[in-house]
Design a protein around this ligand. Structure first.
Ligand SMILES: [Zn+2]
Length: 262
C-alpha cells in the first residue's frame, strides 16, 4: 500500500523561493511573490494556473488541490475591499483550505524553468543575452539566428493555438529573414522594449501582447513583431513549477487551463 505524499507549505515555499530567488528579484508592487495565502495544510495536491481567478480557484478545488501556484497573483488590483469577485476568491480559498503561491518576474526570467527560457526552447531559438531590462534584471531574452520570419511566425502560430492564444503578426513578410530576435513574454511590447530592440539591432520581437501604439512604433523602426497572446506565452513557467514540486516533494499536480485568447 502506498502512502500519499504530503509536504508543509513552508517547505514547498522555501524550495521554490530559493530556486526562483524570490527575495532578490525586483517586481511590481502588485506581484507580491511567494506565499499569498496560507492554509492549515499540509499540501497534498497542487494545481498550477496562469491567473488566480475565481475560475482557476474553483477548478483547483474540484480537482482536490490545496495549493494553487500562479503567475499572476491575487493582488494586482492593489488594496481593495473584500467584496464581489475579490470576496469570492478569498471565501473559496479559505473555505476549502487552499493556499496560493505566486511568482511573477522571478518565474519570467528563470534560466531553466522561466517562461522566456522555455518559450525560446519551444521556438527552437538559442538565447545569448538578456532583453527587456527592468531595474537590475532582464526579464526577456535575445539571440541570433537566420531563418525566414514567416517560419518563425508559423512556430509562434502553432504555439499560440496549442496554448490558447491567437497570433497577430506585424511585418513578418514572406521575403524577410529573422537574424536577431528578442523575446519578452506577457505584456512584452512597449515603447521601452521597442527602443531597446532597435538599439540592440533586433529585427524580430516576439511578445505576448502590447498596445496599438507598439505596432505603429515597430513599423516605423522596421521591426517585425509577433504577438502570440499574453496568456499563451505564460503557461510554461507554472507547469514547470508543478513538475518541480512533484520532483522535489512527490506531490501530484495538474495544470488548470483557462484560455483567454488575449
Ligand atoms: Zn503576465
Amino acid at each position: 500500500m502506498s502512502v500519499a505524499a504530503y509536504a508543509l507549505l513552508d517547505d514547498v515555499a522555501r524550495h521554490l523561493d530559493g530556486m526562483l530567488r524570490t527575495s532578490e528579484i525586483p517586481d511590481y508592487p502588485g506581484a507580491m511573490n511567494g506565499v499569498q495565502v496560507e492554509h492549515e495544510g499540509p499540501v497534498t495536491r497542487c494545481a498550477v494556473a496562469v491567473d488566480a481567478s475565481v475560475q482557476t480557484i474553483d477548478a483547483a478545488i474540484v480537482g482536490g488541490a490545496n495549493l494553487l501556484v500562479v503567475h499572476h497573483g491575487l493582488f494586482w488590483g492593489g488594496v481593495q475591499p473584500l467584496r464581489g469577485r475579490v470576496f469570492q476568491r478569498v471565501r473559496r480559498l479559505l473555505t476549502h483550505d487552499v493556499a496560493v503561491y505566486a511568482s511573477h518576474l522571478p518565474l519570467d526570467l528563470h534560466p531553466a524553468i522561466g517562461n522566456n527560457a522555455l518559450m525560446a526552447r519551444e521556438l527552437e531559438l538559442t538565447p545569448s543575452a538578456g532583453f527587456a531590462h527592468f531595474q537590475s534584471i532582464a526579464i526577456g531574452l535575445m539571440g541570433d539566428t537566420d531563418i525566414e520570419s514567416a517560419t518563425l511566425a508559423e512556430r509562434c502560430d502553432a504555439l499560440a493555438r496549442r496554448e490558447g492564444g491567437r497570433l497577430v503578426t506585424l511585418g513578418a513578410t514572406a521575403d524577410r529573414r529573422t537574424r536577431r530576435w528578442a523575446l519578452c513574454t506577457g505584456a512584452g511590447a512597449s515603447s521601452d522594449t521597442l527602443r531597446e530592440a532597435a538599439a540592440a539591432g533586433v529585427d524580430t520581437l516576439i511578445v505576448g501582447e502590447g498596445p496599438h501604439h507598439t505596432a505603429v512604433e515597430a513599423m516605423e523602426l522596421g521591426i517585425a513583431v509577433l504577438y502570440v497572446g499574453h496568456y499563451a506565452t505564460e503557461t510554461f513557467g507554472v507547469r514547470a513549477l508543478g513538475a518541480e514540486i512533484e520532483r522535489a516533494f512527490g506531490i501530484p499536480w495538474t495544470f488548470v487551463a483557462a484560455p483567454t485568447g488575449l
